[in-house]
Design a protein. Sequence first.
Length: 144
Amino acid sequence: MSRRHGWIIGVLLIASVPGFTCHKSTQRADLGVPIVLKPGQWVSFTHRLPLEIAFLRVVGDSRCPVDAQCVAAGQAVVQFAGKSAEGGFDTFLATLPGGAPEDSIPWAKWSDYRVRVMKLDPYPHAGVAVDSSAFVVTFMVKKG
């Protein structure tokens, strides 16, 4: 496949994500401060335009429930969409290890930015399914 065809297919895939190309940012924020979003919400950053990030969905959540004993702490994987002058349109994943202290949570790299999921609510309870629309993510974005 040629480079041009790959680019066209990528744009079409991104455009197929509901609300990705036509949206209104629900918040404005600065880099380096915690941001809280629900699924489908966008944030735009005041330091530079255009830079916008959306919380799309939770791809997986294997965090150990608060009322259970587990061999491993598990993790949550969150999918974001990003739009910037440097990175164009794209989706990316960020991981939140279960029970990890904030300073050990990994940064996800996207374009010229780093994204760290700091919290994902609700935290799982044993035997209780979480409605995917109920998730709320707290994350931070930094340059570099």
